[in-house]
Ligand binder design. Sequence first.
Ligand code: ZN
Length: 157
Amino acid sequence: MKCPYCGFREDKVIDSRESEDGLQIRRRRECLRCEKRYTTYEEIEEKPLIVVKKDGRREKFMREKIFSGIQKACEKRPVSTEQISMIVDEIEQEFKQRFEKEVPSEDIGNLIVEKLRNLDEVAYVRFASVYRRFKDVSEFQKEVEKIRGESNAKQDK
Ligand SMILES: [Zn+2]
């Protein structure tokens, strides 16, 4: 990287962080000659699948998020981790084929509902009933946690 102040080609990276959407890495660099600081931005070359949320915000497609959403719906059900992994794979593949790079989060939720329907009825109803109201996997997770918290509180009494 060439220093914008003196043109020297050696620097050290003093800070490195991902942008909020995870699509860019911002690095603070310090020139080894003039010691001035400057910022570079690196874009990830292979664009990941982007999820467009209901409110228009975009975020990286996160397997973990979908996985844990399905896992919560499948709690205490005869569904193995491998089966959940398989569903997540299928969902990811399907969207990579169907969309250039952006997927509405609603479509992801609907596809999860569809997959769960074939897998386990209870998990399907759990996911669908909560999801349909929220249309977003992360909101769904929060909701499930809230419901669980409430039922625990009732048991304590
Ligand atoms: Zn310099």
